[in-house]
Write a protein that binds this ligand. Structure first.
Ligand code: ADP
Length: 393
């Protein structure tokens, strides 16, 4: 009799289980795709209000960093993936050792979770990145600047624990390093960049197929340190476009990536591209792909981690994404004011993540604006962005 092993198990409308660590908006959008294909999912998140709660088959409330919680949660899963990096890596290692398919690989996740290890990997493999030095604490970093071993202006980064610009500080004067932290950190050369660029690479679980998305341009809000606009196509020369894709693919290959790897790059005013950092999961810079591309990033991640043929990454149109963030000074139950007006605009699609409470700058949703070309999409995006106000009810 022919044995039906794990690899042969059907993934659709079956007892096959996908476990997702993290129940935020990235997970929620991944679940649109598991629903489309009737793939059974379970989600772990500390909050009973997590956006994923409404769309998964099983929702478990628990600490993503607690070893036993993660082990118990994923014990009956066939494939384990993440939608946030802040999870217990040792549990993922042991789940892998117990025969589960874990994407991304726990060792790769361990490197990515630490910006110092990440930068060392780029340096070791001749992947272009801003020059840097690692320190055991901020006092040591300050001494390096005082001794003239590192030049200002530069960027201070906490090695672990940063997210959405927290744990990153521009250093213009030595006094900017007068703060207390006792954990590992880096100083990085400040790149004088024209744009930040995002490229998402998908790699199938067996690593026999990869697909790379067209580069997008990310414009940051100076105050909130959050992406304000993601624009596709990015404003790049043909050479820069293909170089950005090649670098991103090299990073994915060097890391042994499976599933999605979102690569953030700087396009320096000198015309050179530098890798800033990566995320081994669906990414804010890829939300546009839902309306813009043949295969959206969430479906692509699912295809990749389930070891299915990857889809076309080609763009269908030009588009812009704007994040819907909580208005300043507004805390409490959320209301999306004037959303109806935005809905009247052709080619404008709001996405609401399902977070009950708004806070200043909290990512509450996003809006995609498509258009025949970049200029027209951007023109509409500026209007749509100012219509919707995320405020307290
Ligand atoms: P996070 O992991 O919190 O997203 P990043 O390392 O991406 O942090 O840094 C946040 C932002 O700070 C970047 O998007 C960029 O705008 C700026 N930044 C980071 N590193 C540099 C650098 N070396 N030079 C210039 N700007 C930088």
């Amino acid at each position: 009799m022919r044995q039906i092993g794990l690899a042969m198990k059907t993934k659709f409308s079956s007892d096959f289980k996908l476990a997702v660590l993290g129940g935020g908006q990235l997970g929620k959008m991944l679940l649109y795709e598991t629903r489309k294909w009737d793939v059974y999912t379970k989600v772990l998140d500390p909050s009973s209000e997590a956006p994923c709660r409404m769309a998964c088959n099983e929702f478990v409330r628990g600490d993503l960093n607690d070893y036993d919680t993660v082990m118990n949660f994923a014990s009956d899963a066939d494939v384990v993936t993440i939608e946030i990096e802040h999870v217990n890596v040792q549990a993922l290692r042991d789940l892998k050792a117990a025969g589960k398919a874990v994407h991304p690989d726990p060792e790769m996740l361990a490197v990515i979770k630490n910006k110092a290890r990440q930068k060392e990997l780029y340096q070791k493999n001749q992947l272009p990145t801003a020059s840097f030095e690692v320190f055991t604490n901020v006092a040591e970093a300050k001494k390096a600047v005082e001794d003239g071993r590192f030049y200002l202006p530069c960027v201070w980064k906490s090695a672990e624990g940063g997210y959405d610009g927290k744990g990153v500080k521009m250093i213009r004067a030595i006094a900017d390093l007068d703060f207390e932290t006792h954990s590992e950190c880096l100083l990085e050369e400040k790149v004088d960049f024209a744009h930040e660029i995002g490229v998402i690479v998908a790699t199938r679980a067996d690593q026999k197929q990869t697909a790379v998305y067209p580069p997008v341009e990310m414009d940051f809000h100076p105050e909130a340190n959050l992406v304000e606009y993601v624009i596709s196509p990015a404003n790049l020369t043909e050479d820069q476009y293909s170089e950005a894709q090649t670098i991103a693919q090299n990073v994915a290959q060097t890391m042994g990536s499976t599933g999605l790897l979102a690569v953030e790059l700087f396009l320096g005013k000198d015309g050179h591209l530098y890798v800033n950092e990566v995320a081994p999961r669906p990414h804010n810079s890829g939300h546009l792909t839902i309306e813009n591309n043949y295969t959206n990033q969430f479906e692509q991640h699912l295809r990749a981690i389930l070891n299915l043929p990857l889809g076309s990454t080609e763009e269908k149109t030009a588009g812009v994404m704007v994040n819907l963030v909580g208005a300043e000074g507004e805390n409490g139950p959320v209301e999306y004011k004037h959303i109806e007006k935005a809905l009247e605009m052709p080619g404008v699609t709001p996405h609401i993540y399902g977070k009950a409470e708004t806070r200043p700058w909290r990512k509450m949703g996003h809006v995609t604006i498509i258009g025949p070309d970049r200029e027209e999409a951007m023109r509409k995006a500026v209007i749509a962005k100012d219509i919707i106000r995320v405020q307290r009810r």
